[in-house]
Design a protein around this ligand. Structure first.
Ligand code: BJW
Ligand code: ZN
Length: 250
């Protein structure tokens, strides 16, 4: 299906779900999760750092990686893809934004109430007592690959961990429930910049398709979601999303 036909579906929708992954932030300069990381971090497999075991075995390595990423995100800006999503919300009667990303670029682009399935780089908590803790001040970008000891919890002295969801951990119940409910009720789901490999998040577009919604996919590469998509719009999010919104409301 061509972009203009996809835009027509979008223009007629009453409830749109936008489901985003790392690809939407790629053009802001945030590396996607499964791209080969460049530089020192390329020695590490991102998937092997995003586990509770990695944090237990080498907290300084894992905390240092997340501090490096948090600082990187603070230094970049939302791109035309994030901005188009925020603009889309003004056009459709109901929009639910669901993101797997742990950055805050949707919020900084003006989107309200994004459902964060995998947590946030900006919500650290104690690994022992789970109390939220403030993000430490990071005056400058930590050197890539630098080990940083995690701060200690002011209440119990436990190590502070990033407020993200690692492999083997449960997704926040409320966020997952809200996402599943929106996916089963929407009439269009726009999936953007995700490999569709990580569950249960990858179930969200599939649930929408099973519930009768049209699934519009924006990604420069094929993904396992291709077969369920009504339209596969191949290209970078920062180009396709503004074009899609303009075509729907020109
Ligand atoms: C562009 C672009 C441009 C590039 N424009 N696009 C069922 C089957 C098999 C396994 C499982 C299953 N259910 C659960 C599992 C296990 C596991 C899992 O899914 N494993 C798979 C890898 C096989 N899931 C879990 O462990 C989850 N927990 C769970 O299931 O708990 C259940 C449980 C039950 C009982 C007891 C205990 C638990 C938790 C998953 C947590 C995922 N966390 C991460 C890390 C977050 C923190 C961090 O960022 O460090 O979340 S992993 C990582 O992947 C991150 C992402 O949010 C997530 C998805 O990645 P995403 O966004 O799709 O990025 P990429 O890099 O994969 O893809 C980028 C895409 O963009 C590509 O397609 C590019 O082409 C595209 N792109 N440039 C548009 N310019
Ligand atoms: Zn504590």
């Amino acid at each position: 299906m061509a972009l203009n036909d996809a835009a027509k579906l979008l223009g007629q929708a009453r409830h749109v779900v936008v489901f985003t992954g790392a690809g939407i932030s790629a053009e802001s300069g945030v590396p996607t999760f499964r791209d080969a990381l460049t530089g020192l971090w390329s020695r590490f497999d991102a998937q092997s750092l995003a586990t509770p075991q990695a944090f237990q075995e080498d907290p300084e390595l894992v905390w240092g990686w997340y501090e490096w990423r948090r600082r990187l995100v603070q230094q970049v800006r939302p791109n035309h893809g994030h901005l188009a999503v925020a603009r889309l919300a003004a056009h459709v009667p109901q929009l639910t934004l669901i993101t797997q990303n742990v950055d805050d670029l949707h919020e900084r682009a003006g989107s309200e109430a994004a459902v964060h399935l995998h947590g946030s780089l900006f919500a650290p908590r104690c690994a022992t007592c789970s109390r939220p803790t403030p993000s430490p001040a990071t005056p400058e970008q930590p050197a890539e690959g630098r080990r940083i000891p995690p701060p200690r919890c002011a209440h119990c002295g436990g190590p502070v961990r990033p407020g993200v969801v690692w492999f083997g951990e449960q997704l926040p119940e409320e966020a997952l429930f809200a996402a599943a409910q929106a996916a089963s009720q929407c009439d269009v789901l726009l999936t953007v910049g995700t490999s569709g490999l990580v569950y249960p998040a990858a179930e969200i577009p599939r649930l929408a398709a099973r519930s009768g919604a049209a699934v519009l996919q924006v990604n420069p590469e094929p993904t396992p979601l291709d077969p369920i998509a009504t339209a596969n719009l191949r290209g970078p999010a920062a180009e396709i999303l503004p074009a899609l919104v303009s075509a729907a409301w020109s």
